[in-house]
Design a protein around this ligand. Structure first.
Ligand code: ZN
Length: 109
C-alpha cells in the first residue's frame, strides 16, 4: 500500500498551513535608508550635507519597482514582515520540492 505525502494529502497541507499561520504580518520587498533635504530654510542638517534620514520600503508591483516611505516607529514591524515573507517563500519552495519528489515516488511505485 502506498502512502501519499504530497500536497493533496491533508497532513502535508495542515503542516504547511500551521507554519504559514504564524507568519504574519507578511511583506515582500526591502528597506533602504536614504538621506534627503527638507524644505526648511537655514536647516543645519541640510547645510552640513547630512540632510535627513528616510526609510523607504521598496517592492515590485506589476513588474514595476515602487517605493513608499516608512515611519521610524514602523521599521521594526516592517522588518518582521519582510523576514516572514522570506520564510513563507522558503516554505513554498520546499513544498514544491516535496510535491515533485512525492509524485515521482508514486509514479515509480
Ligand atoms: Zn533639513
Amino acid at each position: 500500500m502506498k502512502t501519499k505525502t504530497h500536497q493533496a494529502d491533508d497532513g502535508s497541507r495542515d503542516a504547511f498551513l500551521a507554519k504559514a499561520a504564524g507568519l504574519w504580518p507578511v511583506a515582500k520587498g526591502s528597506l533602504t535608508l536614504t538621506r534627503s533635504p527638507c524644505t526648511r530654510k537655514n536647516c543645519k542638517e541640510c547645510a552640513s550635507g547630512r540632510k535627513h534620514p528616510k526609510l523607504i520600503f521598496t517592492f515590485r508591483e506589476g513588474g514595476r519597482l515602487r517605493g513608499l516611505y516608512v515611519r521610524p516607529a514602523q521599521e521594526k514591524l516592517l522588518r518582521l514582515a519582510i523576514a516572514n515573507g522570506r520564510e513563507l517563500e522558503r516554505l513554498t519552495a520546499a513544498a514544491g520540492r516535496e510535491l515533485v519528489l512525492a509524485l515521482r515516488k508514486e509514479a515509480e511505485a
